[in-house]
Design a protein around this ligand. Structure first.
Ligand code: AMP
Ligand code: ZN
Length: 115
């Protein structure tokens, strides 16, 4: 599903530019426009899902695939010293873009870091 009012749907469609890191028929990964770590990549499903709070059994293959892609991106970017994966859901988590996304953060110690 495509939501014309959604920033990330528009990135999927190429209507808003992004620095792509990875793409296939199910998901897209691109650099965060306001990086909070030396490496900050967002991985999103191409279909519009508001957040991980909306997930149901029908999404299990998609989410499993996204995590396989996250591991591939981490290898390709050489994140050998570790990385963090974060997905914010809803107001109190500070979610600002209501299209499911997984932050990949790396490049400095983040033991107490919140995204
Ligand atoms: P969250 O706060 O978890 O909803 O994260 C949304 C993230 O999207 C933030 O880290 C923003 O910097 C990032 N963001 C917003 N607009 C864009 C854009 N056009 N291109 C890349 N990243 C974006
Ligand atoms: Zn969307």
């Amino acid at each position: 599903m495509f939501d014309p009012n959604c920033i990330f749907c528009n990135i999927v469609e190429g209507e808003i530019p992004s620095t792509k890191v990875y793409e296939d028929d199910m998901c897209l990964a691109f650099r965060d426009i306001n990086p909070l770590a030396p490496t900050h990549v967002l991985v999103i499903p191409k279909t519009h899902i508001e957040s991980c709070a909306e997930l149901t059994e029908e999404h299990e293959a998609l989410i499993g695939h996204i995590f396989t892609v996250i591991a591939k991106i981490a290898r390709d970017l050489g994140l050998d010293n570790g990385f963090r994966v974060v997905s914010n859901a809803g107001l109190e988590a500070g979610q600002t873009v209501p299209h499911l996304h997984f932050h990949i953060l790396a490049g400095r110690p983040m033991s107490a870091k919140m995204v």
